[in-house]
Design a protein around this ligand. Structure first.
Ligand code: ZN
Length: 215
């Protein structure tokens, strides 16, 4: 049953002048279809917001929305980053890395301050663009230099999502062979194969050297 603006609902309580969190009730602006009074309130931050009487008196609505935003900022600050532009993206990378480290059972000792998003992808040279939702090719992505070492200080860098996917899909030898093949073009299959074998042998030796170095 709807209550038109001129009529008051049966459970009407005058809330004008009362405070609920950051909100001070200014005036009644109408009723909801279920008969709840809707109030216009001024928030401590200066903005106006409308709220149902029940939500105010039960403590569900305490601000124009600025309270939740301030809390989110506080969380980011706690993890060692000032609430400035860009901090949210770095915090998001940190949070996802922490989750992946748990899933992959690899070490994790990063703080948000250890993560810096560069202007361009250090591999592709393309501009990085922070976006929300599903990552795109040019979204920043945290990559482990040596995967087995995990997400630890000095072993991570921010590269484009596309470069990261590419890097994990192919070995260094395959990437070298890829470049050699494109540079040579068609009709040189034998040369390309020979070059690739040389590269594979070289990359294998380099990999062994690195493993020895790690051990
Ligand atoms: Zn506010």
């Amino acid at each position: 049953m709807a209550y038109p603006k001129g009529r008051r609902s049966p459970n009407f309580k005058d809330l004008v002048g009362k405070r609920f969190g950051r909100l001070t009730v200014v005036e009644r602006v109408g009723s909801s279809p279920e008969g709840q009074t809707i109030w216009s309130c001024r928030c401590d931050c200066g903005k106006f917001a409308t709220a149902k009487g029940g939500n105010l008196s039960h403590g569900h609505t305490k601000s124009c929305g600025c309270l939740a935003r301030d809390r989110a900022k506080e969380i980011h600050t706690k993890h060692g980053k000032c609430p400035r532009s860009g901090s949210t993206a770095e915090y998001a990378l940190w949070k996802h890395a922490k989750k992946r480290a748990r899933e992959q059972h690899v070490p994790f000792d990063l703080e948000v301050a250890d993560i810096t998003i560069p202007k361009t992808c250090p591999i592709m040279g393309t501009k990085l663009a922070v976006n929300t939702g599903k990552p795109r090719g040019n979204s920043p992505s945290l990559d482990k230099f040596e995967p087995e070492k995990g997400y630890v200080k000095g072993n991570v860098w921010v590269i484009s999502y596309r470069a990261n996917a590419f890097k994990s899909d192919f070995t260094v030898a395959q990437l070298k062979s890829f470049v050699a093949a494109i540079e040579r073009g068609p009709g040189c299959d034998r040369d390309v194969n020979a070059a690739r074998n040389v590269l594979l042998a070289g990359a294998g030796a380099a990999h062994k050297r690195r493993l020895r170095h790690v051990a």
